[in-house]
Design a protein around this ligand. Structure first.
Ligand SMILES: NC(=O)c1ccc[n+]([C@@H]2O[C@H](COP(=O)([O-])OP(=O)(O)OC[C@H]3O[C@@H](n4cnc5c(N)ncnc54)[C@H](OP(=O)(O)O)[C@@H]3O)[C@@H](O)[C@H]2O)c1
Length: 259
């Protein structure tokens, strides 16, 4: 059971302007709410708004899986916010293929790269001039996955895209450090969200086990709550993390074995 931490400091992110992609539900919605709780102004995007989408944020509908879509969303977000200090590239999705890696069609490799890797690059690059204008203290957080380090065949395309995102983030952190712009990557483990439930159900059905069995192996005794990831994002974009850049944080309740 997730234990709610001490209430957020409502002034910590006051004056900060944030874009969170994929904030209509799941991890993204929790990040949006946590940044709002910290006092930031938040724009979020997805193809469809849901009941879970925090009402305190401005929602802009759109599809991030193409260059044009990503650039349009970034431009609209910038327009609404009047500048940007925080970018959280969270939108992502995985489609499982139980028939082996070679059964993953070419277009799905491309889809996986477009959404889980290139969308973050496209949004970030469209916003870089504004981030440079915001200058030192601004931050980018990319939401990757432990799948980047623990790839499984049915998610080979998704895992490869997230591994590429990790490498890109590290290079970007190096390039932006002289400007005081920090870049961090989070690799969540099993976090209970609508998207993850759908994937895990496929695995559960194939293995003849329950959905709960799929996430039962977390050493800290429970699967992640979206707020576990949101708290980490709130730290990373705040001045508490002012000497933190280029990191790839595993937030997984201990799932990833220490090697
Ligand atoms: N939950 C986990 O266990 C877990 C583990 C590791 C990593 N992650 C990563 O964490 C991030 C969030 O995952 P989640 O579990 O919260 O997933 P989720 O519940 O499926 O939410 C995904 C979000 O991304 C949006 N999105 C998907 N495709 C999009 C598109 N083409 N254009 C614009 N927005 C799109 C979705 O809205 P629409 O569908 O309406 O567009 C939604 O807002 C993803 O990057 C995922 O890879 C999750």
């Amino acid at each position: 059971m997730f234990r709610t931490p001490r209430p957020a400091d409502h002034t910590e992110l006051a004056g900060k302007r944030a874009l969170v992609t994929g904030g209509s539900r799941g991890i993204g919605a929790a990040i949006v709410q946590r940044l709002l709780d910290g006092g930031a102004s938040v724009v979020t995007t997805a193809r469809t708004v849901t009941d879970e989408t925090p009402s305190g944020a401005t929602f802009i509908p759109g599809d991030l899986s193409t260059l044009a879509g990503a650039q349009e969303l970034a431009a609209n977000a910038l327009d609404r916010l009047g500048g940007v200090d925080i970018v959280v590239n969270n939108a992502g999705a995985a489609r499982t293929h139980l028939g082996g890696i070679s059964a993953i069609p070419d277009e799905e490799w491309l889809d996986a790269l477009d959404l889980n890797y290139l969308s973050a690059i496209r949004v970030t690059h469209a916003l870089l001039p504004a981030l440079r204008e915001a200058g030192a203290g601004s931050a980018i957080v990319n939401i990757s996955s432990v799948a980047a380090l623990m790839p499984v065949p049915p998610l080979a395309h998704y895992s490869a895209a997230k591994a590429a995102l990790n490498a890109y983030s590290k290079a970007l952190a190096t390039e932006l450090a002289p400007a005081g712009i920090r870049v961090a990557t989070i690799m969540p483990g099993h976090v209970l969200t609508p998207g993850a439930d759908a994937i895990n159900q496929t695995f559960a059905d194939a293995m003849g086990v329950s959905l709960a069995d799929i996430t039962a192996d977390v050493p800290l005794g429970r699967p992640g709550d979206p707020r576990d990831i949101a708290e980490t994002v709130a730290y990373l974009v705040s001045d508490r993390a002012q000497w933190v850049t280029g990191v790839t944080l595993t937030i997984d309740g201990g799932q990833l074995p220490v090697i």
